[in-house]
Design a protein around this ligand. Sequence first.
Ligand code: PLP
Length: 441
Amino acid sequence: MATLVERDRAHLWHPFTQMKTAPDPLPIVRADGVYLFTEDGRRLLDGISSWWVNVHGHSNPRINRALRLQAETLEHVIFAGCTHPPAVELAERLCALLPERLNRVFYSDNGSTAVEVALKMAYQYWTNRGDDRRRTFIAFENAYHGDTVGAMSVSHDSLFTASYAPLLFQVERVSAPADYRASLDPANDGAAREPLAALEALLEERGNEIAGIIVEPMLQAVGGMLVWKAEFLRKLRALCDRHDLLLIADEVLTGFGRTGRMFACEHGPVIPDIACFSKGLTAGYLPLSVTVAAEDVYAAFWSDDRRKTFFHGHSFTANPLGCAVALEGLNIFAEEGVLERIRRLEAQVRGALLQYVGRPYVQDVRQIGGVGILELAESESGYLADVGPRLARAFLDRGLLLRPLGNVLYFMPPYAITDDETAWALGQIDEVLEETFARRA
Ligand code: PLP
């Protein structure tokens, strides 16, 4: 009988792994809590929350039950011209958690589509109001907003987007000044003194051509797990107010507790005009996303003029299974003290991280919420730095699934992880780093 990997190799095309030298995919047949189990009997601790989505642990009994009940009641129905209880209830619950101004929920099915929706909404907001000058967006260096064409256009020019460059629309890309970088290493912690000079100059000159500014609040993840000070967000909000622009917060990763607050914009606190959520929205169970807009954005579409309609919809918009699972995920947040749990995780991770400040092989040490980040001082940096796969293999040999972004190693476990499991994972990280680097020194 062929193994799962042999059968996989015959027909599958995986994301990111067409390199002939790439290792075999891990054959995962079951998951429970923070653990993944392989076909050949290995147990792996999921230190990356399965691409940053899982929050309450795998195969969570409460979520399993909610999913089962919903499947037996209503699995799916078209959402153009129909509605259903899980979609309505989830929108009510989300709006109750978000600032009052954000009260129009548009469903789609993944982080990239949530961003596409936000960009199209922001663009059409202006044209519906009769302003045809607002033809582009401001985006940041190191940003990542997804793999669809619009989302790639507002992402950093990178290895991920290079092949499609001629297909992408033009945006104004600005760098976020290093002054706003947050680090546990005092040598790298920005002083947040400088004004955002380049951005301000751009806005003075061309502010009335810009539809909106899109930002990953507090944490640019794919771009290298860069943590930003809350002051940066506040400045952006102030600039958007001054120049009458829409602020779009891409909280696809940061939403639902990942940065230690329910939503990263709470760190400001700032209220965006449009916000995108996915990943933790369904506790990592099912593909669902929301783009939540302020009432005045929605008002620009509310009309009897058909040309003002937001013509965007997906077959699985507001899928009831996804909505039901998301609702149970929110119940768990409310009833099981999850934010408190994240605070404990944060303290434990911080304790371990501080010991790396000043180690010769560590360039920077960062943290936000339960996410711990070590930027390694390699001669080769960036996503392709081969230290990443080498370390990943060493961790895997010890039963820990991590997936460094090149020379940036990070630990982002589900919040359901226990103190003991956290201590074990942090211990493995330390041993592998010491074996790899202290020996080399
Ligand atoms: N936006 C951010 C900030 C992300 O981190 C990601 C994915 O990692 C996306 C958008 C795209 O989400 P998805 O992979 O669900 O399309």
